[in-house]
Design a protein around this ligand. Structure first.
Ligand code: URP
Ligand code: ZN
Ligand code: ZN
Length: 461
């Protein structure tokens, strides 16, 4: 490997664990060598590659701890591969994703992990770690948990919905018991799958077949009940849990109540649940099926839910905002569910736009330290990567996002790098943009465009 020149990021507002201050960041190879308040001596610039960060905030690279790249989801393959998905992530300032490696029924965890490495290794612009999603719980799977841990995986996932993936309550409890000895964490998709199946049947029987049937079949109660159940399973076993993609006020209340009882729960929500409401399912578009773009689970919710979640974000109750990036094209994939909303592949894109969306929508309400916690540090801490990731500090990996808060641009499918034919944020006027993005010390993005480098690596935890 060719040795990289020392790099100095000059004169930025550095967003560090100790607060925000003006200074320089020195990169040596793939590590941050120094963070210098006030800036380095001129002499230190000799032989260094210098990047101007004047007027910018300098963050540790953002971390998206909830993605599904290059994944068979039971209905179709996601549109983004690891190559396109991590390139898009980096263009938006995200330097690490934590993707859900997923075991199918009849498959071993080893096989799932091998598959995910095969798909990702050597193709990624941003770094990648894996959670392991468990769909087939048996004695062999239980034995494999220790191997997963050895392979750098300390977080797992189970589902309470989706028939091809979900575990029952006793199995979920056993998974929690299996990961508790090493303080592993279980991420859980919290929707009551039995109720969802029945409500889907009823909604279809009423003759509602379009995307507007999707939220009707997955009401807030389905989420809240499942979150509540998970809270008691965590209480029963003492194991750590992470509620992913919380979308409702009712669900949030279950987490709050559990926290008061001492349950060790961390909380994730996503930009779509902070920005978009369920009227989107009525969107027609050119071919009367644009509402399918928003078919994701849990579904988009009511303005009251959005308000409650936004308040929770502002009050520091939310540990992480990640995306649940799970992209399908509207044409050729989602539109196969025309005439039956239950056949629309679930999921939407977002990995590229999360930092810009959050910093714009919370402008005037939150500041750089909040964005640091919600978009990077929270994910690093909850998933065992801190301070290697999520910290702008000497010794941390040189994953860095130089963010220009003055940039003004419009989010559009026409200018995105996500390999999908739409964005749910079409026309959104974004305030701020990634100007320079470094991954392991290599410049991966300049002014929102990729440099073509693929410095992303597997992050063993
Ligand atoms: O609709 C979604 N969210 N699809 C991705 C899988 C999941 O539920 O997280
Ligand atoms: Zn989910
Ligand atoms: Zn997901």
């Amino acid at each position: 490997m060719v040795a990289q020149a020392r790099k100095v990021l000059r004169n930025g507002q550095l967003v560090t664990p100790k607060g925000v201050f003006l200074g320089d960041v020195v990169i040596e190879g793939d590590k941050i060598a120094d963070v210098v308040p006030g800036g380095v001596d001129e002499a230190q610039l000799a032989d260094a590659e210098v990047f101007d960060a004047t007027g910018c905030w300098v963050y540790p690279g953002f971390i998206d701890a909830h993605t599904h790249m290059q994944c068979w989801t039971g209905m179709d393959w996601t549109a983004d591969s690891f190559e396109t998905g991590t390139r898009a992530a980096a263009c938006g300032g995200t330097t690490t994703i934590v993707d859900y490696a997923t075991q199918d029924k009849g498959m071993t965890l080893h096989r799932a992990l091998d598959e995910w490495h095969k798909r990702a290794d050597g193709t990624c612009t941003a770094n990648y770690a894996f959670h392991m999603a468990i769909a087939d719980w048996n004695d062999h799977t239980r034995e494999e948990i220790a191997d997963m841990r050895e392979a750098g995986i300390t977080s797992f996932k189970t589902y309470f919905a989706y028939d091809h993936l979900r575990l029952d309550d006793a199995q979920t409890m056993e998974v929690l018991e299996a990961i508790k000895p090493f303080d592993g964490i279980l991420c859980v998709h919290c929707e009551n799958g039995t109720l969802v199946n029945e409500l889907q049947r009823r909604v279809l029987a009423e003759g509602i077949t379009g995307p507007e049937g999707h939220p009707l079949s997955r009401p807030a109660e389905c989420e809240a009940e499942a979150i509540s159940r998970l809270m008691y399973l965590s209480e029963l076993t003492g194991a750590r849990v992470n509620v992913v993609h919380c979308s409702t006020r009712l669900g949030l209340e279950q987490v709050r109540a559990a926290r008061e009882r001492g349950v060790r729960v961390s909380l994730e929500t996503c930009p779509q649940y902070l920005l978009l409401d369920d009227t989107r399912y009525l969107e027609q578009g050119e071919d009367g099926f644009a509402g399918a773009k928003y078919v994701m689970s849990p579904p988009l919710r009511k303005p009251t839910d959005i308000a409650a979640l936004r308040e929770a974000v502002a009050d520091g109750e939310v540990d992480q905002i990640s995306t649940d990036h799970c992209s399908f094209n509207l044409h050729g994939q989602k539109d196969r569910g025309r005439g039956d909303f239950t056949k629309i592949p679930n999921g939407g894109p977002g990995v590229e736009h999360r930092p810009a969306l959050i910093m714009t929508t919370f402008e005037g309400q939150l500041g750089p330290m909040d964005y640091l916690h919600l978009l990077s540090e929270g994910q690093a801490r909850v998933f065992g990567m801190y301070p290697r990731k999520g910290a702008l500090a000497a010794g941390s990996d040189a994953d860095i996002c130089v963010w220009n808060p003055s940039a003004r641009w419009t989010i559009s499918a026409a200018n995105q790098h996500q390999a999908v034919d739409y964005t749910t944020y079409e026309g959104f006027e974004a305030h701020g943009r990634a100007k320079l993005v470094f991954v392991n010390g290599t410049l991966a993005v300049r002014d929102g465009e990729p440099t073509g480098e693929k410095p992303g690596r597997y992050v063993a935890r």
